[in-house]
Design a protein around this ligand. Structure first.
Ligand code: HEM
Length: 138
């Protein structure tokens, strides 16, 4: 199984993967839950599926339009006061959920493909943090 097969299975699962991701994310890192106060988690589960497509796509070809999108997305996360260290929590929870989702089809190779892809995306998003003044703690 490679990244494309993984994405296909996730799309076939409707929103099951998206829902399981947020429960893993909140269970492993309870401190992230407050960022989702008032956020519609059903919509967010769909957003996550879209996010995986973005991550996979960006790994395949780093098109300028996609870099712009990711930097803008990073800027919005910065405005929402999402700290940089939470991207590691996000990556860790995503890999954990993916491994649970794929079960026996999960492999070191697939783990490393996803890890590299997530890394590319995060690297682009956090550029926006360097470009923007730090948000003031509340
Ligand atoms: C690779 C890393 C990440 C990607 C690709 C990503 C992607 C996205 C996308 C596509 C949206 C939807 C934006 C929209 O509605 O227009 C979103 C929303 C959101 N993300 Fe992330 N995200 C990432 C990391 C994180 C982290 C680490 C947190 C930490 C708490 C976080 C918290 C949120 C929240 C709270 C929203 C919803 C904000 C709202 O609708 O008010 N994200 N994310």
């Amino acid at each position: 199984m490679d990244l494309n097969d993984s994405i296909s299975d996730i799309l076939d699962s409707d929103l099951r993967f998206g829902r399981s991701f947020y429960s893993t994310f909140f269970k492993r890192y309870p401190q992230v839950e407050k960022y989702f106060d008032g956020v519609n988690l059903h919509r967010q589960a769909a957003v996550l599926t879209m996010t995986l497509l973005v991550i996979e796509n960006y790994r395949t070809a780093q098109r300028p339009a996609m870099s712009t999108y990711l930097r803008e997305l990073g800027a919005r996360h910065n405005e929402w006061d999402v700290p940089l260290e939470m991207y590691d929590y996000f990556r860790d929870s995503l890999l954990e959920s993916l491994s649970q989702f794929h079960g026996k089809d999960w492999s070191d190779n697939l783990n490393s493909q996803w890890d590299t892809a997530i890394d590319c995306t995060i690297r682009e998003m956090v550029k926006a943090y360097e470009a923007q003044p730090e948000s003031t703690p509340t």
